[in-house]
Design a protein around this ligand. Sequence first.
Ligand code: RIB
Ligand code: CA
Length: 322
Amino acid sequence: MSAPRPILLDCDPGHDDAIAIMLAIADPSIDLRAVTTVAGNVTVENTTRNALRVLDMVERPDIPVAAGRDGPRVRTLSTAAVMHGDSGLEGPLPSEPTRAALDIPAIELIEQQLLDADEPLTLVATGPLTNMADVVERLPHLRSRIRELVLMGGAVDLGNWTPAAEFNIWVDPHAADVVFKAARAPGEGSAADAIAVTMIGLEVTHRAWLTDEHADALRSTGRAGHFVAELLDHFVGFHQRRFGWEGAPIHDAVTIAHLIDGTLVSTLPMNVQIETESPLCLGRTVADRWAVTGLAANAAVGIDIDRDHFVTLLMERLSVLP
Ligand code: RIB
Ligand code: CA
């Protein structure tokens, strides 16, 4: 087996972010070097506390955590506390963290990690792209040390937070605009000029759902499995009531699963632009699925997922955590 892939995860835990962290820890092909946090699902104070809690849960207090931006670049922060609870981990709400986050901002931890890594790092973003926009603007000299950015966000078709927009992009469309304007489709262009971006959007993640049965299957597998089961108890219940769905999409875990097994998610190169002005369509990822604009593709956009394979992988990995 090749050496584990070094990654840095920027997130806003959040139930599905928490599961993404746990999957990254559980799979031997991933080397989670650091976690940074951003305001999104809940305040950055709570997303940071939750990242520390989850890393305690999986017995990895060695992984550094630094808090990032406490709100979008232009808009006022609007959270998803209705979905995740004010704490961000409604349901299990594990004990208080055993440590504090580092006393440096996320951008400094990201810079340190990029400089110290012995190979280019993969950045994974599962919240609003506020911190990633800082990477684009403040670390242009380190672009070649970024292997790629895999982000959960956007959609080719319908949104989930407004009819037009997916939550992560909608919270901070101006940051997303900065990121996608500095992006290139993987395999195209030069690492020094632009960041290879893979957009894992709702077409993919809305097929990546788990149900009460999955929660029950995890409940007695260990402390971590029990924790995920309680996360799902809340998250599945919310999606059943709010959307009438059988299960809850574990959006953010798909980014990690994609890195573990590149056959899971099907992507197409597309040009993606972000709506930053329209009150009706603010935060829409305008994805040129049929290449009608003639604009160069700047991202690999997810269009489908091998759902059964994803669920099997996720359940197997979560079941072996302590
Ligand atoms: O739209 C889904 C995204 O919004 C996920 O990242 C979830 O955690 C929320 O942040
Ligand atoms: Ca998230």
